[in-house]
Design a protein around this ligand. Structure first.
Ligand code: PAF
Length: 291
C-alpha cells in the first residue's frame, strides 16, 4: 500500500492510474476504522482496479463544543487494516494540506443541510461537503463509496455531485451492525457497557417502527409515538430527533406510502449517536423487490 500526505503526490498517482485505464474507487474516512468502513473498502475493491482511502479528521465538520480533540485516532491499526483489505493508496493529509492559509471557499448544499442533524449541528454539513469536494478534486475517482449510516451526509454528497456535475458515481453501502444491533460507529468507542445498553434504544426504536409498518401503520405521527415508547425504557438515552423523511430529499413524510427513511439521533452521556432504517409498506416493498 502506498501512503502519501501531499495532495499533489496523490493526484499524480491517480492521474497515472487513470491514464492506464484503471478504474479508481475512493473511500473517504476519518480513521478509527471499524467493520463498517471495511465493508466500504471491500465493496470498492470489487468494483474497481484501484482503491484509494483517505484518513482525515476534518476540523471543519466539528462544532466548537464537539469532539474534534478527543475523536478516536488509531493510525497504526487503521493502516494495518487497510493494507490487509487491499487498499492501494492511503491519503493522509495534514490540516494545512486541505485548508492552506487563506483558504476561504465553503460548499453548502442548501436545504438538505437543514433538517435532521443539521438542526443540532449547524455548519457540520458545510464542513462535510467542502472536504469531500476537495478530496474528490485531488483523487478524481470513478466511484465514491459512502455508508448508509450517514444517510443525510450521503444525500448531501449525492446532490453536490449532481449539481456540480462532478462525474463521479456515488454508491452507498448498507449499515453494518454489531451482534446486538448497534450500528457501528467510531464514536461507539466512547461508550461504557452501561451506556451501550442505553444506546441500543435507538436501534430498538427503529425495529419497533418497522414492526408497526409491517402491521399496517401508515402514519408518521403514530410511528413517532411507537419509537418514543421504546426510548422511555432507555432513560440514559437523551433523544435528539426521530423523523420520517423521503430518503433523497429528506422532506418530512406524514404518511408511509412508498419507501421512507426513519432517522434517529440521541445522546448517551456526551456521545451523540445516529441510526436509520429504510422501510416501505409491504406492497411497495414487493413492487421494488425489497426484502
Ligand atoms: O463520514 C465520514 O467519516 C466523514 O464525514 C467524511 C465523509 C470522511 C468527511 O470527512
Amino acid at each position: 500500500m502506498i501512503e502519501r500526505t501531499r495532495p499533489r503526490a496523490v493526484s499524480a498517482i491517480c492521474e497515472t492510474w487513470r491514464a492506464q485505464g484503471r478504474r479508481i474507487a475512493f473511500v473517504p474516512t476519518m480513521g478509527a476504522l471499524h467493520a463498517g468502513h471495511l465493508s466500504l473498502v471491500r465493496r470498492a475493491r470489487r468494483d474497481a482496479d484501484r482503491v484509494v482511502t483517505s484518513i482525515f479528521v476534518n476540523p471543519l465538520q466539528f462544532g466548537p463544543r464537539e469532539d474534534f480533540a478527543r475523536y478516536p485516532r488509531a493510525l497504526a491499526r487503521d493502516r494495518a487494516l487497510l493494507r490487509a483489505h487491499g487498499v492501494d493508496l492511503l491519503f493522509r493529509p495534514a490540516v494545512g494540506d486541505i485548508y492552506p492559509a487563506g483558504d476561504a471557499t465553503r460548499v453548502q448544499v442548501t436545504g438538505l443541510d437543514q433538517p435532521l442533524c443539521g438542526r443540532s449541528r449547524p455548519g457540520h454539513f458545510t464542513g462535510v461537503a467542502t472536504v469531500v469536494l476537495k478530496l474528490l478534486e485531488i483523487v478524481r475517482p470513478h466511484v465514491l463509496w459512502l455508508g448508509q449510516k450517514d444517510a443525510q451526509q450521503a444525500a448531501i454528497v449525492e446532490r453536490m455531485v449532481r449539481d456540480l456535475r462532478l462525474g463521479v458515481r456515488v454508491r452507498r453501502a448498507p449499515i453494518v451492525r454489531d451482534r446486538d444491533g448497534l450500528a457501528l460507529s467510531s464514536r461507539n468507542a466512547y461508550l461504557s457497557p452501561a451506556e451501550r445498553a442505553q444506546a441500543l434504544g435507538l436501534w430498538r426504536g427503529l425495529q419497533a417502527a418497522r414492526a408497526a409498518v409491517r402491521r399496517r401503520t401508515r402514519s408518521a405521527a403514530v410511528l413517532r409515538r411507537v419509537v418514543k415508547a421504546v426510548w422511555r425504557s432507555h432513560p440514559g438515552l437523551r433523544p435528539d430527533y426521530m423523523e420520517v423523511v423521503d430518503p433523497r430529499t429528506l422532506e418530512p413524510a406524514a404518511a408511509i406510502r412508498g419507501r421512507v427513511l426513519i432517522a434517529v439521533a440521541g445522546y448517551v452521556g456526551r456521545t451523540r449517536l445516529i441510526d436509520n432504517l429504510l422501510v416501505a409498506p409491504p406492497a411497495a416493498r414487493r413492487r421494488r423487490g425489497a426484502a
